[in-house]
Design a protein around this ligand. Structure first.
Ligand code: SF4
Length: 83
């Protein structure tokens, strides 16, 4: 079980609930299709690390840490507003 934080080290990926699953699940063609990936991410022990990684690396595609590209853009806008 994963415990702790590796920051931008990507070792956390080894603990992701998506490991071994079809990657296509995490690259949905629309927001509606992202529901399955988001449900998996909600149970993932490294959700926070995954989302932080995606935000810091400005990942453009896919569901990371339970967030779609649109979700991540919204998070970044909110952070900028409160900064
Ligand atoms: S949060 Fe989602 S995309 Fe990230 S490692 Fe976990 S299951 Fe995979």
């Amino acid at each position: 079980m994963y415990k702790g934080s590796w920051d931008m080290n990507t070792s956390w990926k080894n603990y992701g609930s998506c490991r071994g699953l079809n990657p296509n699940i995490f690259y949905p063609s629309c927001e509606e299709e992202a529901r399955v990936a988001k449900a998996i991410c909600r149970q993932c022990p490294v959700q926070n690390e995954c989302l932080s990684y995606a935000l810091k690396n400005q990942e453009k595609d896919g569901v990371w840490g339970g967030a779609t590209e649109r979700d991540r853009r919204r998070m970044i806008r909110q952070r900028l507003k409160t900064a």
